[in-house]
Design a protein around this ligand. Structure first.
Ligand code: CDP
Length: 222
């Protein structure tokens, strides 16, 4: 596996995507947001009108082409970066990502995408399943109120008003579903470094992770 592989996992709103994207930009690395890929499958399933509870109905994935590139996500070359953030997708993504068939397909795409070069990949099962031999594994946490506040701010930036109570409920429900599902639940890899970001700024988290990366690179001479 040539190149440095950095795995960043954590629950909803822990800042994974923002932080991974900034690290990638600073280091000139490739960022892959695996949550966006699960969201893209969910969007496609909703648009196709399949029964979301029927695992076999996801066989449409045999012919669809999903890929993440430069902070944008595409389904068959259609840019769905905005569409995957809809409430309908957010509400259903944990269900869709609980199906072994869906996970198997996406994990195989993700492993392939991480084969070449320096990669920062974020998600829920990167350090445990997708890149178990990653050079550095980070698990980001923050308390649920702080995570909800961040999501609220993010929504406001996009011109979307949302209620704190509802955002907390959505995050807590997703945490519950993601940590208790049978297939690759969200859990901390044994060799991951846990970073509680509740009282840290984005810049502080980015610097800390880059510092840890530099230390590893020097040690391994990657
Ligand atoms: O909203 P947030 O950015 O925190 O979530 P996301 O990273 O976009 O991921 C959306 C959902 O996809 C999660 O709640 C998980 O159910 C699922 N997911 C997963 O199962 N495995 C991954 N590697 C990434 C996301």
């Amino acid at each position: 596996m040539p190149g440095f592989k950095l795995a960043i996992d954590g629950p909803a709103g822990s800042g994974k995507s923002t932080i991974s994207s900034l690290i990638a930009k600073k280091m000139g690395w490739t960022h892959i947001d695996t949550g966006a890929m699960y969201r893209a499958v969910t969007l496609q399933a909703i648009e196709q009108g399949i029964d979301l509870n029927d695992e076999s109905a996801y066989s449409f994935l045999e012919t669809s082409h999903i890929h993440y590139d430069l902070d944008k996500i595409f389904i068959n070359d259609r840019d769905v970066t905005e569409d995957i953030r809809s409430d309908a997708v957010t509400k259903n993504v944990s269900l869709v990502s609980s199906f072994p068939y869906v996970r198997k397909r996406l994990v195989s795409l993700q492993k392939k995408a991480a084969e070449e070069g320096n990669i920062v990949m974020d998600g829920r099962d990167i350090g445990t399943v997708v890149l178990p031999h990653a050079d550095l594994k980070i698990f980001l946490t923050a308390n649920v109120e702080e995570r909800a506040k961040r999501r609220l701010k993010e929504n406001l930036k996009k011109g979307k008003q949302s209620e704190m109570e509802k955002v907390i409920e959505d995050i807590a429900t997703r945490d519950q579903k993601d940590t208790t599902r049978k297939e690759s639940p969200l859990r901390i890899a044994e060799d991951a470094i846990i970073l509680d970001t509740t009282h840290l700024t984005i810049e502080e988290v980015v610097s800390k992770i880059i510092e840890l990366t530099d230390k590893k690179e020097n040690k391994h001479g990657v």
